[in-house]
Design a protein around this ligand. Structure first.
Ligand code: 6CS
Length: 312
């Protein structure tokens, strides 16, 4: 059988590297073939999600940034300064978190999706036309965010004018000045050449990009136990691979960016400079709870307990 798997990035970007490893493992350990569909081949993120829910796709990698209305609780990943920066700790958190491995699968299941794993894709940094050293500098800046209500609230709290857009429109919108800023992990800023259409990169440490890999639930439930095990094993191998693959990637990407564009500014905000962003972002947690009620509170509490367990 051929299984179809779509993701939101190019084949050599992080989600693509994960997908390639998953495919390799499935094909080495079963008679099945995995056909990969990189970003753009089947539409935008919203399109591939529809296809996965309809069973046209067996697998999809979809970031919580695009599933705000489908799984509101997954917006928790946009509460600023919630996740740790350190990649080792982050990997440990994703591996052991009860919220991620036990609670989220139930919420995805309600939408016809079998959540296989979530993984981090790197610290998110902002790219803008002007330097940003405080929330005041984002005043009047039309800032592209993924189509996620809580991420909109996050950037409102930072003082910007958030503009939700699908990925495909971002480069053009920066080029024509419809927006003046966007955020993404460093590897993505480099590979998509966001630096060509912005002048300054600012890392404020406010978030780490999280993504989720899932299967169509009816498809998954209909598989033999052996096939389910093949999928679980392939997911584990690909997870370990992607954590390992990302070691040093942030810094290597900065080097590539400054080699391609020597006058690109890269600013890492100091603790002192970050504090106003931390303070401004505090209200976003309350907004998350207003949006998601008791369910959101349970997820947030568990997530914090899971974080405590790996940061002690
Ligand atoms: O900003 C975005 O929309 C995209 N960013 C990443 C790192 N992956 C996919 C997503 O579409």
């Amino acid at each position: 059988e051929t299984w179809r798997y779509a993701f939101e990035e190019a084949i050599d970007e992080v989600q693509g590297v994960f997908a390639q490893k998953f495919k390799e493992e499935v094909e080495a350990n079963s008679d099945h073939t995995v056909q990969l569909f990189p970003y753009g081949t089947l539409g935008e993120s919203a399109d591939t999600m529809e296809q996965a829910q309809a069973g046209i796709l067996q697998f999809v990698d979809q970031s919580p940034g695009f599933t705000g209305s489908l799984i509101p609780e997954a917006q928790v990943f946009f509460v600023p300064y919630l996740l740790p920066q350190d990649t080792e700790t982050l990997g440990e958190f994703f591996r052991t978190s009860k919220a991620i491995n036990e609670m989220f699968p139930e919420l995805y299941a309600e939408q016809g999706l079998e959540l296989l794993t979530m993984f981090p894709e790197g610290e998110v940094c902002m790219t803008t036309q002007e330097p940003v050293s405080s929330p005041e500098d984002l005043n009047e800046v039309k800032f592209r965010v993924m189509t996620n209500p809580l991420l909109v609230e996050s950037y409102k709290s930072f003082g910007a004018t958030p503009t939700p857009l699908p990925w495909g429109e971002v480069y053009g919108a920066l080029q024509t000045g419809i927006i003046q800023g966007q955020e993404n992990p460093m590897f993505f800023i480099e590979s998509t050449k966001m630096y060509e259409v912005t002048e300054v990169i600012t890392c404020a440490g406010h978030n780490n990009f999280t993504t989720a890999v899932m299967a169509n639930k009816d498809f998954y439930d209909g598989l033999s136990e052996d096939d389910q095990q093949v999928i679980q094993n392939a997911t584990e191998v690909a997870f370990d691979h992607i954590i390992d693959y990302q070691k040093g990637l942030h810094d290597e990407s900065i080097e590539k960016i400054t080699a391609a564009k020597p006058d690109m500014q890269v600013n890492v905000l100091s603790e002192e400079e970050r504090q106003p962003f931390v303070d401004a972002g505090e209200q976003v947690e309350a907004t998350f709870l207003e949006m998601t009620g008791d369910g959101g509170q349970r997820i947030l509490d568990q997530l914090k307990a899971d974080l405590d367990a790996v940061t002690d």
